[in-house]
Write a protein that binds this ligand. Structure first.
Ligand code: PLP
Length: 389
């Protein structure tokens, strides 16, 4: 019989794989399911990017193995975007790693930096893929609670001393999935001081960096003085350009960490298809109008959903960024039982907060990933359950 390696024992079923399976099973019964569960953008990639891929697919150069670590033009394009958007200088040759989606780097960084027995500080609630890398490295997690009263920012003073002594890596993610909070420059300045003092590497997950509402411009961790000395930022085209299926991501910043990620990637992949790299470079260096339009779409959806929910008695502060809504569950339910109720009684898929960690309990996450009329329809179905009067 097949005996898996011990390290596999720490890997649970991928949270979103399970959620998607549930939603699909429900839809397969013929029900009109509104899926706000997975963070999968529903809008298409802008057509100029798709056209570039079609054209580039004809280039025989790209039919061979791509160069290890990718084409320089893509690294240059992301470095230029960071300069333009955040005023951050990055050396494309040494401070940029191309990843197969941000997700691969977020898992691999733990394997690059953590030994068994080391501690990784993870936000709770937080994106579950951080845990997978820590489990595969045989390391241990120390949860940093993200509480509403602290603006969903971690309190570094509250980290248990024995965990801090062994901590080597910390994940941060703003605009935040799932709470939708946005970080301040002051928080990041504190973070650099904390990282320097305690010898902790910062992995800033900036997947939702482009999405800030009401005129907010989310700050990049790399804008903080000293940030490059202590960490890297993970950046992805998935959400900014509706390119989740293309699997293009980057690690940016600290040279040593970029080199480690490049090295581990050399063994797993040589790089992305060249045509994808060329189209990705165009996404970053071409017209950015589609990004601003996308943020307006999410902002209008947010307003439509929150106004409709409020009219049914479900009140919550509106998200500042990301495309997620983090809503408290009504009395008498926990996050899983409420998510189940919404699925069974209203054909709405949401992500239960407990899936993001113990401090996610008491909340559900709804994605702004359907047109406004569908979001209003969802709010109407929730209203008819009569739970919020
Ligand atoms: N980080 C966060 C917080 C996410 O929500 C996601 C995707 O949902 C990712 C990273 C993964 O991004 P990518 O598509 O680049 O792998």
């Amino acid at each position: 019989s097949i005996q898996p390696a011990d390290r596999m024992a720490g890997l649970p079923e991928q949270f979103f794989a399970a959620l998607v399976g549930k939603a699909n099973a429900r839809a397969a019964t013929g029900r009109d399911v509104i899926n706000l569960g997975q963070g999968n953008p529903d809008l298409p990639t802008p057509s100029h990017i798709v056209d570039k891929l079609k054209e580039a697919a004809e280039n025989p150069l790209y039919h061979k193995y791509p160069p290890f670590r990718g084409f320089p033009f893509l690294k240059e394009a992301v470095a230029k975007r960071y300069k333009e958007d955040y005023g951050v200088d990055l050396d494309p040759a040494t401070e940029v790693a191309i990843l197969f989606g941000g997700k691969t780097g977020l898992v691999e960084i733990s394997q690059c930096l953590l030994n068994p027995g080391d501690v990784c500080l993870v936000p709770d609630p937080g994106y579950p893929d951080y845990w997978s890398g820590v489990a595969l490295a045989g390391a241990r997690m120390s949860q940093m609670p993200l509480l509403a009263k602290n603006g969903f920012l971690p309190d570094y003073e509250a980290i248990p001393a024995e965990d801090l002594a062994r901590a080597k890596l910390m994940f941060l993610n703003y605009p935040n999935n799932p709470t939708s909070a946005v970080a301040t420059p002051e928080f990041y300045a504190d973070t650099v001081r904390f990282a320097e003092k305690n010898g902790v590497v910062v992995a800033s997950d900036f997947a939702y960096g482009a999405i800030g509402f009401d005129g907010r411009r989310p700050v990049s961790f790399l804008e903080t003085p000293g940030a490059k000395e202590v960490g890297v930022e993970f950046y992805t085209l998935s959400k900014t350009y509706n390119m989740a299926g293309w699997r293009v991501g980057f690690a940016l910043g600290n040279r040593k960490i970029v080199e480690l990620l490049n090295l581990i990637q050399d063994h797993y992949y040589c790089s992305l298809f060249g045509g994808i790299q060329e189209a990705a470079a165009l996404a970053l260096s071409g017209p950015q109008r589609a990004v601003a339009d996308l943020v307006s779409v999410y902002e209008r959806r947010r307003n439509a959903l929150y106004d409709a929910l409020a009219s049914h008695g479900w009140h919550a502060p509106k998200p500042d960024g990301s495309f997620f809504c983090w809503l408290p569950v009504p009395e008498g339910y926990d996050s899983a039982s409420f998510a189940n109720l919404l699925l069974e009684e209203a054909d709405i898929v949401v992500a239960p907060g407990i899936g993001f960690g113990t401090h996610g309990e008491g909340y559900v996450r709804l994605g702004l990933l359907a047109p406004e009329e569908r979001l209003r329809e969802a709010a109407g179905r929730i209203g008819r359950l009569g739970l919020f009067r």
